[in-house]
Design a binder for this molecule. Sequence first.
Ligand code: ME8
Length: 646
Amino acid sequence: MTTYITTPIYYVNAPPHLGHAYTTIVADTYSRFRRLCGETVRFQTGTDEHGDKIVKAAENENIPPREYADRISAMFRATWPLLDVEPDHFIRTTDAAHIAVVQSILQKVYDKGDIYFDEYSGLYCRGCERYLTEKELVDGNCPDHQTPPQEIAEKNYFFRMSRYQQQLIDHIRNNPQFITPERYRNEVLAFLSEPLEDLCISRPKARLTWGIELPFDATFVTYVWFDALINYLTGIGYPDGKDFEKFWSVAEHLIAKDILKPHAIYWPTMLMAMDMPLYRKLHVHGYWNIDDTKMSKSIGNVVRPKELVEAYGVDTLRYFTLREMSFGLDSSFSSEAIVARQNADLANDLGNLFSRATAMVWKYREGRVPEPAGNSEEDLVLQDAAQAMIGEYRAMMAEFRFHLALQAIWEFVGLANKYIVGNEPWTLAKDPAKAARLDTVLYNLLECLRLLALTLRPVMPGAAAKMTAGLGFAPDDPRIASLEEGGAWGRLTPGSGLNAFEALFPRLDAKKDEPQESDPIALPQTRQETVPTVAEDLIDFDFFKKLELRVAEIVAAAPIKKSKKLLKLTVNAPEERTIVAGIAEYYSPEELIGRQVVIVANLQPAKLMGVTSHGMVLAAKTIVDGKEKLVLSSVSESVEPGSRVA
Ligand code: ME8
């Protein structure tokens, strides 16, 4: 199987923003997913560089359009690696090969009699670069640009789009998957229920020179859509390149609803006029708004991908956009929403599952994958849930319903976390008779992690690579890089070793971690430059990293015989352990139950009054009424026991 996925080619009149990032992340995720399914994929994006808009933007900067286009196109190209987006081809409409193909197609359609010369007067919107109909106007303005269109009368070349109206209606009716989601298919069919007008495809050079010259009339350039849409063919080597043969029949276009008409009506009718098969699918998504307001330069709420990556990290941005937007509908971006998803879904649910499960394999089995010893009823339920998750994931990803695919994955993460709580591996570890059961539980947990690393690979390539390495796999091991070979349960080899595991997602603070618009790199710098004021001796970061600070929940507390100062605490961090703390003079055992405190988790065990303490509870030393007092550390909101403090 092969797949060819495209994004729109973006106008080079302004740098990329969140909307462009989203479409391109979706295309990248989809191509990675198809590759995970074993398919050959071609993923194309690029820039649309001719037309009025670009001329105007270049004039504002006082530079020639070509120079301006080079500059902004380079910004788009440089943005994609920051988002872990890896297109196979980046096309520019100023590429010589593209220009030659556009001219040959224009000639072909002209020779066929589907392009004619006529006078036209109409209402032209510079923003849309097209004539609008009276019906489309809202209060006399273009609905997208809120500006009045200009009345223009001139002679131009027209494409006989109307000739193909019925053929297009039939095609859409006979191919229910041609335009999805369905709401957009219905919108197009409704539009086609009225007579279709022919399409103006030229501009006199007197008005616009920054375009591709018509091969049959050197006094005109072609109108941007006839130029732009053809990129989908030139990028794969039309008319006789090998890739063209391989990929055109499987082309899937991805766009937002703003350019539905050009893609669902102009483009298929152009292809019909060229006697070409149509593309296979058109996937249409909604708009990203910012805090419920449309993103716009004049409002000043445009969000730049680079700033988002610097504030939140690329995996979080990819996950958030795919999880938050129901494909096809509008969605709202806010710092609060992305921080909430990072903390709840990524740091808590997924990050904790990985760190808890792998920490236990290190602690109880020296970092080796144990041999499972027969499944209980509960294990079989978990394994069935894993298979159901994979099935749902496959179906939803293939249909561009990414939020549902991710929902299915996170339900499974929840089950795996419950499996830990239900099986209490830390209790099993205390009883040598239960060693085989502990082996099975740990094996099953590692299998859950493997399937998560596999399914998350297209969505969060960076985090998935860390998971893959932590589980001891080479990056391209088919058990973690192929749905066919890795999708089944039980592919981990007992006896193989894990690697040291990097924490996946830090918790974020909504206020501090907002993107900094003026100086996007200010955030990490200020953090690094903060100098501790009370330290007597400075330590380096590697030294600090050795300290394992964790949040522990106190589940039991009791006095220690013959000691006035000490209490014996049982804490969950997340496995249970005993810690002796010198806080008996300040806290009664009862008031401690349920509290979350910060502990040093990797302190060597020490015996205090006959009780072995595995760690130390942190507390502030203070003076109250001239007497020393200890005040326990805490976290400002409840977190998963065992969470790392850093
Ligand atoms: O239309 N939310 O280029 P363009 C979601 N050159 N996606 C958004 C968005 C938003 N708020 N804003 C932009 C053009 N997009 C033509 C296309 S194709 C042959 C020629 C994304 O720079 C979305 O993919 O205006 C939308 O369709 C595209 O950017 C428009 O990009």
